[in-house]
Design a protein around this ligand. Sequence first.
Ligand SMILES: CC(C)(COP(=O)(O)OP(=O)(O)OC[C@H]1O[C@@H](n2cnc3c(N)ncnc32)[C@H](O)[C@@H]1OP(=O)(O)O)[C@@H](O)C(=O)NCCC(=O)NCCS
Length: 190
Amino acid sequence: MLVLDFSNFPVLSTKRLLLRQVTKADANEVFGLRSDSNVMKYIDRPMAKTIDDAINYIQKIENGITNNDYIAWALTLKENNTLIGIISFHRIEKENYRAEIGYILATNFHRKGLMQEAVTAVLDYGFNIMKLHSVEAVINPANDISAKLLEKNGFVREAYFKENYYFNGKFLDSAIYSLLAPAAIKEKAE
Ligand SMILES: CC(C)(COP(=O)(O)OP(=O)(O)OC[C@H]1O[C@@H](n2cnc3c(N)ncnc32)[C@H](O)[C@@H]1OP(=O)(O)O)[C@@H](O)C(=O)NCCC(=O)NCCS
């Protein structure tokens, strides 16, 4: 069984980004993200309607980190502490050494290679420090941008579930992507 300890929060650094803990001081920016219909288009979760929705969401992140069963990082540009996005391993399956990755970025910062940097750092942390064996991503099949980002990082579409997810009065399809740890891929080849 995977043993995780996030008590000393793992701040990560990339060329342009510092990935730090999300705190309640980020409530305005989290609200901005989770109430933006462009950002939330394919997230298929209720949009934030009030700051309290954002605060509750941050509280859930904090609880998950305290219990060592969820981790999320705030994306900030190195020169500025403002949260511009979130990347997470939610739904960690400790018994399977597997986690689901999720990410959102404020619209103004799209298409600059920033999430690519964050994904690289978080996968490196997930495989090398957390010792995950595989990482999964579950996406709305219409989310071409997310699919491209995943494929660029070596994820493979392994499944397509028809109408397995009920949201907002509709049954939605899901595409399941996964990536094995680099060591696991190497072992298989040998
Ligand atoms: C998905 C998302 C995080 C990408 O962030 P980003 O920082 O703009 O992505 P990057 O600039 O790092 O791009 C990395 C790769 O993603 C893909 N990509 C990103 N934006 C794209 C676009 N507009 N069109 C096509 N491909 C795109 C490309 O493969 C790109 O690599 P390339 O530049 O070499 O072509 C961002 O679009 C977002 O927040 N979307 C809304 C939230 C969301 O849908 N999250 C995923 C839920 S599963």
